[in-house]
Write a protein that binds this ligand. Structure first.
Ligand SMILES: NC(=O)c1ccc[n+]([C@@H]2O[C@H](COP(=O)([O-])OP(=O)(O)OC[C@H]3O[C@@H](n4cnc5c(N)ncnc54)[C@H](OP(=O)(O)O)[C@@H]3O)[C@@H](O)[C@H]2O)c1
Length: 479
């Protein structure tokens, strides 16, 4: 990675007492620091309501810092101390203009000649707008021309088309589009970034990447734990809003889009939007929703969704969903895209599977498996790309077997894969918005799921129960 020696910069994390800040953002900033990717002169400022002094904040941060890039123990300890010395805490209310003014004053005192400012809204969606208003009114975002001021916003970006548009509209009055970075951390994952390279830097796939050769595409996200500790948040959203509308729809867009004119944020977003706009809104017959149920296995009790005290008795929130989408354009007409996501399933993984059609007529049809071509792209864990093909089983007979040509990231590439948040925070500093969501993509993906989200609720459709640790409910599709 290249060294990033920039202007003085302040990284201001709103909601710094929270989980995301502690587990992802601060460790990512520390890794960037260890990699010499932060400017020489920087400070990290945590902002939240909780009462804490700088020392308590640092003690909180240190719990999750790790040296992932091969530093020895002494180097690691020194780097942690140096990093923590630059971390400060400012307690305040999110809707208080005065509290942001007083923070602004402190920053101005520390950087009288100015500094870049990155604001990370790591706060619950219910307080996005009021926080943005007080940030805007305080003048803390105003910087001299030679510096930048940028804001990172975390999902969820609304609950449906209407609320998302309202949120975008409210925030656009405070932050300019070019300074807004809407994060979907999936886009920062190595394998997801590689999708464009796989498709457009290799000659071999593009000619067969269409309805003539592809039978279906499956994009799957599974978790082997339930909503432990997050039921209060999750019950208001469900898996379609939490995972499918954003992470999986973004993957669909990257798999399905045409080649962008250039490798830049706008050109990529243009093509993603076109692909998403070619997806007709879902109808109920193409959707299966489920909810995990309690089970006892080998003497261990696994709780059901309704066993969580934060889940209301009559909750019909989807903890599993399977969607069958179409893409009505020349490339994809007739190819189903199966998107599924679920909690409390039998595995933890995210995979993309491209299933190719069988050869039109196989002279080997009597010998065994022939319909075998598939491209499996594993996003997590154990990132890999695997091409499945038919092969003769060595020996005197004529038997065919499915075999794989595979590339495991950890075997192929030396070094540690960067965490998604490291990549994305670095891109915000560099002003590269290509891995962030543009507002039209957001609108296009909400348009696909909003009608069924409303219908599921209005018709009070009961999710199918599935046992904790199973494959999820039956959806009647091949993947
Ligand atoms: N955690 C993750 O892995 C993850 C992943 C993807 C997206 N996100 C999104 O990232 C954001 C932050 O996530 P998080 O898990 O860190 O959230 P969190 O812990 O629930 O909240 C962050 C901080 O916001 C303040 N806060 C919480 N509820 C509040 C309320 N009702 N009113 C005012 N302040 C409140 C709390 O700080 P004080 O009380 O000290 O002010 C809390 O420490 C959320 O939008 C979440 O949806 C999180």
């Amino acid at each position: 990675m290249e060294t990033h020696q920039g202007q003085p910069s302040c990284f201001i994390i709103l909601g710094a007492s929270g989980d995301l800040a502690k587990k992802k953002l601060l460790p990512a900033l520390f890794s960037l620091y260890c990699n010499k990717m932060l400017p020489e002169d920087f400070v990290v400022i945590g902002f939240a309501r909780s009462s804490m002094d700088h020392k308590a904040f640092r003690n909180r941060i240190v719990e999750n810092l790790t040296c992932r890039y091969g530093e020895n123990e002494q180097d690691c300890a020194e780097k942690m101390d140096q990093f923590l010395d630059r971390c400060y805490y400012h307690s305040g209310q999110y809707d208080s203009t005065e509290d942001f003014e007083s923070l602004n004053k402190k920053i101005n005192e520390q950087y009288p000649d100015g500094a870049n400012r990155l604001f990370y809204m790591s706060i619950p969606p219910s307080i996005f707008v009021k926080t943005a208003k007080s940030v805007g009114a305080s003048g803390i975002m105003t910087v001299e021309e030679k510096f930048w001021s940028r804001v990172v916003i975390e999902k969820p970006f609304g609950e449906d088309t209407e609320s998302s548009e309202k949120l975008l509209e409210s925030l656009s009055k405070i932050f300019k589009e070019e300074q807004t970075y809407r994060i979907d951390h999936y886009l920062g994952k190595e394998v997801i970034q590689n999708l464009l390279i796989l498709r457009f830097a290799n000659r071999i796939f593009e000619p067969i990447w269409n309805q003539e050769h592809i039978q279906y595409v499956s994009i799957k996200f599974t978790e082997d734990i339930g909503v432990e500790g997050r039921a209060g948040y999750f019950d208001q959203y469900g898996i379609i809003r939490d995972v499918l509308q954003n992470h999986l729809m973004q993957i669909l867009a990257l798999v399905a889009m045409e080649q962008p004119v250039k490798f830049d944020a706008e050109s990529i977003a243009d093509e993603k939007v076109k692909a998403l706009r070619s997806v007709p809104a879902l109808t109920l017959d193409k959707v299966t929703v489920g909810q995990y149920a309690a089970i006892e296995k080998n003497g261990i009790k696994y709780p059901g969704y309704h066993d969580d005290p934060e889940v209301p008795d009559d909750s019909i929130t989807d903890t599993y969903a399977h969607l069958q989408l179409a893409i009505n354009n020349k490339r994809w007409y007739g190819v189903p895209f199966y998107l599924s996501a679920g909690k409390a399933l039998n595995d933890r993984k995210t995979e993309i599977f491209i299933k190719f059609k069988d050869v039109p007529y196989s002279i080997f049809h009597e010998t065994g498996k022939t319909n075998t071509n598939g491209l499996l792209i594993r996003v997590q864990p154990n990132e890999s790309i695997e091409f499945q093909m038919a092969n003769k089983v060595p020996g005197l007979g004529m038997n065919l077997e499915k075999v794989k040509l595979d590339m495991l990231y950890h075997d192929e590439f030396d070094g540690v894969l960067p965490e998604a948040y490291e990549r994305l925070l670095l891109d915000v500093m560099r002003g590269d918005r290509s891995l962030f969501l543009q507002k039209y993509e957001l609108q296009a993906s909400w348009d696909i799921v909003t009608p069924i989200l409303h219908e599921l609720q209005e018709k009070n459709i009961q999710p199918k129960p599935y046992p904790y640790g199973s494959e999820g409910p039956d959806h009647g599709c091949p993947a």
